[in-house]
Design a protein around this ligand. Structure first.
Ligand SMILES: Nc1ncnc2c1ncn2[C@@H]1O[C@H](COP(=O)(O)OP(=O)(O)OP(=O)(O)O)[C@@H](O)[C@H]1O
Ligand SMILES: Cc1ncsc1CCO
Ligand SMILES: [Mg+2]
Length: 270
């Protein structure tokens, strides 16, 4: 399939808009991720709020520029909060992201992920095992960790995106974003990122921030992946291990524009 040339340099304009607008991102995320995800949003220039109570989830979604839903530490009251927030976002045309953490690990988790996926998320962001599971295949998830690669999940991601009418963002060594027609591969990141928990969850909320400032959800998801991966590379270089990387990642998100190499490695996949 021939795709029109993708101008990755426009990612820098999206980053500038993000920093200028500082969008409020409503995050319903897990206990593990709350700290690093909120700090990642602040570091890149957005405004995070971690709000999950069913009593206020709909009202909070109504005042936010984007909503992100992550099922990492789910329970029935949390799921009710998620459903109310999603309904409120949908009523206002607010973009929202689903992170199906650990889909495939237990029937409850898989069922909730599948149900939320049918509620028209703008983007589903997950690792390869989670995306394969949502697509109805054997995902091979190891708890919340993936045992598969985005390349192995490529066809499934594309079919899932087409059937749900959303964008699917699959992470791993090389990340892929697809809407079922257009597919982009993002060549950024560092293997040490898999040794720090909840970086996928942090990427999910940053995807929400880019959706608030970039209309095309394929591009928004790709920019989030490229900048988060680039920050991961900057942080990993010189880090002796995951502890240092985790701290330096926040610094790297803050100083992304000091990069002299402005080439984002985002490529269309034929
Ligand atoms: N092998 C790898 N090499 C380079 N970057 C990687 C690698 N694996 C993951 N990443 C990067 O790490 C980030 C998180 O992706 P990952 O697939 O680990 O998410 P996840 O499994 O949902 O994580 P978590 O559940 O811990 O939040 C992404 O930016 C991704 O590009
Ligand atoms: C480790 C862990 N357990 C539930 S959610 C989470 C964060 C990474 O997905
Ligand atoms: Mg995850």
């Amino acid at each position: 399939m021939i795709q029109t040339a993708f101008d990755a340099s426009r990612g820098w304009d999206a980053l500038a808009r993000l920093r200028q607008q500082a969008p409020l991102v409503h995050c319903i995320t897990n206990y593990v991720a709350m700290d690093v995800a909120a700090n990642a949003l602040l570091a890149i220039g957005a405004s995070p709020a971690m709000v999950h109570a069913e009593e206020e989830a709909a009202d909070f979604a109504a005042i936010s520029a984007a909503l992100t839903i992550n099922i990492g530490t789910l329970s029935p009251p949390w799921v009710r909060g998620m459903e109310l927030a999603i309904g409120s976002a949908a009523a206002r045309g607010t973009p929202w992201v689903l992170d199906p953490v650990g889909a495939g690990a237990t029937p409850y988790r898989t069922g909730v992920a599948a149900d939320l996926a049918r509620r028209h998320p703008t983007v589903i962001r997950g690792n390869a095992s989670e995306i394969l599971t949502l697509a109805g295949e054997v995902g091979g998830t190891k708890g919340v960790d993936s045992t598969r690669t985005p390349e192995e999940a490529r066809e499934a991601a594309s079919a899932l995106a087409a059937s749900l009418g959303c964008v699917v963002s699959v992470t791993g060594a090389v990340d892929h974003v697809t809407d079922g027609t257009r597919t982009l591969a993002i060549h950024h990141g560092d293997p040490m990122m898999t040794r720090v928990t909840a970086l996928g969850c942090a990427l999910t909320v940053i995807t929400g921030a880019f959706l608030a400032v970039e209309k095309d959800p394929v591009h928004a998801a790709a920019y989030a992946l490229a900048f988060f991966g680039l920050a991961g590379e900057m942080a990993a270089s010189g880090s002796i291990g995951p502890g240092t990387l985790r701290v330096r990642l926040l610094d790297a998100l803050y100083i992304l524009d000091t990069q002299t190499d402005k080439q984002l490695r985002i490529q269309p996949v034929a």
